[in-house]
Design a protein around this ligand. Structure first.
Ligand SMILES: [Zn+2]
Length: 501
């Protein structure tokens, strides 16, 4: 008997493959395969076996995958089913396939083709005790992530059988070293924008979501896409988790499977809810929210999103994961990210506060920014205006590098981690409102300032909490033990008013 792995979300379960050959009218049935891609497997496997020089039994052939109730999808079962048939018809010896896991789709010619979700399958296989796994040759980069398992990356069914019989040795492909720094975008490439860069480092220090408001061409995207470069690098297990999610989505480049740079995912404002949170008809795929897990989700021109799109972000922002249910299956994917939204100041984009070049009415402006719904804005602690850099800023050449920002962010996060070591949260953006008035108060003068603003209704109660949380991150960045008046003032400046409030 052979085994295969099926995925639900990121977790994998074992499937038993059994083949029965009996006398009777020649036929071929595959049981326990509800998914359409898998029914096509029947034809692929038959053609692959014949085209690899083996024979197809002229008998009644029944292949059963169990447990039957477990949803199975995808084409990863092609190779193990083909081997189970060859074993059952005595074309290869049963002992050859013992204790090895086989993963791969077969082409009609018998070539092994890469599949989606290989990495999480391998992780599951390793947990189930497999120490020898055969994968498609082109997936070797992705498979290599797991170093405690023997991986054999082979080109086709024939090669798999030669390998099992010990006839021929295939070398695993050599991988080119990928230099991550080539990919990394650096803050020093952005001229000026000191306030915006500071705001992003505050966001990075305390895991705050942030809204950037500015006319087209002021550099909102350039700034946002550099946020990953100042976040802490991913740990190995975080990087593997991220790679696993990208593998299931079919978005993993096998040549650089594991990256320690937090992901940056930027769905277009015309995106759909399934593309954003995950879904799909055959097998459930993770959406942009999960691809951004442990990194940054950036939506440019956020007010242009269709109705419901931004609201769909609330579930993952509250729980850090997304559960998706379809007719016969369900999956949970992690989705913890820093949300960066960008918006033009008005529908035409030219509004600058002085009204120059802009004919949008104040009503239109209010309606435009009003599309960023209240409940979502409640989860965005920081919002700043981004202006085009001045000529002096463009000519200045001593911009700080991402590394310099990152070292301050890391120091600030260490301070916060120490402070929160006995809490069930670990970042400033998660401090519960009740504790902001008790345990995590600002210093006396800071509290006096913010209480006065609340009393005069200059800020709302929710704004009050967000300002305090931001002030904690500013305080951590500057190394003070709790937010002083300056930190509160700074936090207030990172919270521009919106006409819609
Ligand atoms: Zn306008």
């Amino acid at each position: 008997m052979l085994q295969a792995i099926t995925l639900s979300g990121l977790s994998g379960s074992l499937i038993d493959i059994e083949v029965d050959v009996s006398n009777g009218l020649p036929s071929y049935s595959l049981l326990g395969l509800p998914d359409a891609t898998l029914s096509e497997a029947r034809e692929r496997i038959r053609a692959a076996i014949l085209n690899s020089g083996f024979s197809w039994p002229n008998k009644k052939l029944t292949v059963s995958l169990s447990p039957a109730w477990l949803p199975k999808s995808g084409s990863a079962f092609d190779l193990p089913i083909a081997l189970a048939i060859l074993t059952a018809t005595s074309q290869i010896e049963a002992k050859c396939v013992k204790e090895t896991l086989f993963i791969g789709e077969l082409s009609l010619e018998g070539a092994l083709r890469p599949i989606r979700g290989l990495l999480p399958m391998l992780i599951a296989a390793s947990h189930h005790g497999f120490r020898s796994i055969i994968v498609p040759k082109d997936s070797y980069g992705e498979a290599k992530v797991l170093n405690q398992v023997n991986i054999y990356a082979l080109p086709n069914l024939k090669a798999v059988i030669s390998h099992l019989n010990g006839e021929e040795r295939f070398e695993n492909p050599t991988l080119l070293e990928v230099n991550e720094s080539d990919r990394k975008k650096d803050f020093s490439e952005v001229a000026g924008q000191e306030e915006a860069k500071f705001a992003l480092s505050v966001a990075a220090a305390g895991n705050h979501n942030i809204l950037l408001i500015g006319a087209p061409g002021t550099g909102k995207t350039m700034l946002a896409e550099r946020l990953p470069s100042i976040l802490p690098p991913l740990t190995e297990s975080e990087a593997i988790e991220v790679a696993g999610i990208h593998s299931i989505a079919g978005k993993l480049n096998p040549k650089e499977a594991v990256s320690y740079l937090p992901p940056f995912i930027s769905p277009h404002h015309s995106t759909t809810i399934p593309a954003l949170v995950g879904g799909g008809s055959n097998s459930i795929k993770p959406g942009a929210c999960s691809l951004a897990h442990n990194g940054v989700l950036f939506i440019d021109e956020a007010p242009e999103c269709s109705l419901g799109i931004l609201d769909a972000l609330r579930q993952p922002m509250e729980s850090g994961e997304i559960s998706i249910t379809r007719a016969n299956q369900s999956a949970i994917f992690p989705a913890k990210f820093i949300l960066v939204l960008a918006a033009n100041p008005c529908p035409c984009g030219k509004y600058s506060g002085r009204g120059r070049n802009c004919e949008c009415s104040s009503h239109q402006i209010r309606r435009y920014l009003g599309r960023l719904s209240g409940p979502l804005l409640d989860r965005i602690d920081i919002r700043i205006k981004v202006e085009a850099p001045t000529r002096t800023e463009l000519l200045a050449d001593s911009a700080e590098t991402s590394e310099m920002f990152q070292s301050r962010v890391l120091a600030a996060r260490n301070i916060a981690a120490e402070r929160f070591k006995d809490e069930d949260f670990n970042s400033n953006s998660q401090i519960p409102p009740s504790q902001l008035r008790t345990r995590y108060r600002a210093k006396r003068e800071g509290m006096a300032l913010i209480n006065a603003l609340l009393d005069s209704e200059a800020i709302s109660a929710r704004g009050y909490h967000r300002i305090l949380r931001t002030a904690w991150s500013i305080s951590d960045l500057t190394g003070t033990d709790s937010p002083d008046k300056t930190a509160i003032e700074r936090a207030l400046s990172l919270r521009v008013g919106l006409a819609s409030e």
